[in-house]
Design a protein around this ligand. Structure first.
Ligand code: XMP
Length: 310
C-alpha cells in the first residue's frame, strides 16, 4: 500500500461523496475511528462534526484524553453522555449476541439522534476488513457493520455511511494513522472494541460490573505495557470462586487476564507473560478490588477462542 496515495485518494473520495453537505464522525479514540476522523477532517474541515459517544463502557478517563489529543490536532470533539441509555438497554441481558444487538441498536439510535441534531447526512465510520470478514463469516455481528446485517442506515436512520478504511487490516490502518500525523499513543494503540468493556463482561452488564472490569483493565494494561502486546485486558466472569480474608471464607468475583499476540486479529496466540508479572497483576487486582477472590491467566489461542469474551 502506498500510504500517501491512499490518504490522498480517501480525502478526495470523502470530498466527492459529501459535496457541500455535512458529515459527522463518531470518534472512539481507537486507531480506526481516529484515522477516519482525521481523513474526514482533512477532507471536510468545518463541514465535519466530531462527537464522542460516552456509552459508559470506555476505559478510565477515555473521553477526556481523546478530547485532549484531538484538540492538539485542531479537531474539536463533542463528548455526549448516553451512559444511562446504554445501561438501560443492556439491563437483564446475558446472551452475547443479545447484548451486541442491544448495544448496536442503542448506538444507532443515539447516533441517529445526534446526526439529526447536527443535520449531517453522512456518517464517517472506522469499519475495517476484519470486521466485515468476521461478520459475514458468522463469527459475530460487529456493531459497525450495517448493510451486511440488513440495516439500511438511510431508510432507518436517515444517513449514508462512509467507511474510508474498510479494505484495510489493523496493521495497515496504523501505517495510515502515522502517515496522517496522529501521535504514537493513537497509532500504536491496542485495538479496543466498539462495544467497549461490554465484550469483557460475561453475563449482565451493569454500571458496577463495568466499573470493576475497568479497574482491572487499567491494572493489566499498566503491568504488561512494557511487553507491548497486541491486546491485553481483564475480563469479568459470570461465576464466583471462594476466597479467604482475615480467616473468613468469602465468595468473590473471578477476573481473567487476557493478553494476545496477533497481526490482524483474525488469529491470535497468548502472550508469554512472565510469571512474576502475572503474580504482580493478581496481587494488585485482589488488593485494589477486594470483591475479587481469584485471578486466572487465559491461554487459549484464536481459534478456537476469540480474543474478546462475548
Ligand atoms: P474477536 O473477539 O472476535 O475480536 O477475536 C477480534 C478483534 O476485533 C475486536 N472486536 C471488535 N471491534 N466492534 C469492534 O469495533 C466489535 O463489536 C468488536 N468485537 C471484537 C477485538 O478487540 C479484536 O481486536
Amino acid at each position: 500500500m502506498r500510504t500517501k496515495q491512499f490518504i490522498e485518494d480517501r480525502i478526495s473520495e470523502i470530498k466527492k461523496k459529501v459535496g457541500s453537505g455535512t458529515a459527522i464522525s463518531a470518534l472512539s479514540g481507537g486507531v480506526d475511528s481516529s484515522t477516519c476522523t482525521v481523513l474526514a477532517a482533512r477532507a471536510l474541515g468545518k463541514q465535519l462534526k466530531v462527537i464522542f459517544i460516552d456509552d459508559g463502557l470506555m476505559r478510565e478517563n477515555e473521553p477526556q484524553e481523546v478530547k485532549k489529543i484531538f484538540a492538539k490536532l485542531g479537531v474539536k470533539v463533542n463528548v455526549v453522555n448516553y451512559r444511562k441509555k446504554f445501561f438501560a438497554a443492556l439491563k437483564g441481558k446475558t446472551d452475547p449476541e443479545a447484548k451486541r444487538r442491544a448495544f448496536r441498536n442503542t448506538f444507532y439510535k443515539v447516533f441517529g439522534k445526534e446526526v439529526l441534531k447536527s443535520e449531517a447526512r453522512f456518517l464517517i465510520q472506522g469499519t475495517i476488513a476484519a470486521d466485515i470478514i468476521e461478520t459475514k463469516g458468522g463469527v459475530k455481528t460487529q456493531h459497525n457493520i450495517l448493510e451486511q446485517i440488513g440495516i439500511d442506515p438511510e431508510k432507518g436512520y436517515g444517513f449514508k455511511v462512509i467507511e474510508p478504511v474498510k479494505k484495510l487490516f489493523k496493521h495497515e490502518v496504523r501505517v495510515v494513522a502515522k502517515g496522517l500525523g496522529l501521535p504514537e499513543k493513537i497509532y500504536n494503540r491496542m485495538p479496543f472494541p466498539g462495544p467497549g468493556l461490554m465484550t469483557r463482561v460475561v453475563g449482565e452488564v451493569t454500571p458496577g460490573r463495568v466499573a470493576l472490569v475497568r479497574k482491572a483493565t487499567r491494572i493489566v494494561e499498566e503491568e504488561v505495557a512494557s511487553m507491548k502486546p497486541f491486546q491485553a485486558f481483564a475480563v469479568l466472569l459470570n461465576d464466583k470462586g471462594t476466597g479467604v480474608e482475615k480467616g473468613k471464607r468469602k465468595f468473590g468475583e473471578i477476573i481473567v487476564i487476557r493478553s494476545v499476540e496477533s497481526k490482524d486479529a483474525m488469529t491470535a496466540k497468548p502472550t508469554n507473560v512472565p510469571f512474576n508479572i502475572l503474580m504482580k497483576i493478581s496481587k494488585r487486582i485482589t488488593a485494589e478490588i477486594p470483591s475479587v477472590t481469584r485471578v486466572v491467566y487465559e491461554i487459549t489461542p484464536k481459534p478456537p477462542a476469540t480474543i474478546e469474551y462475548i
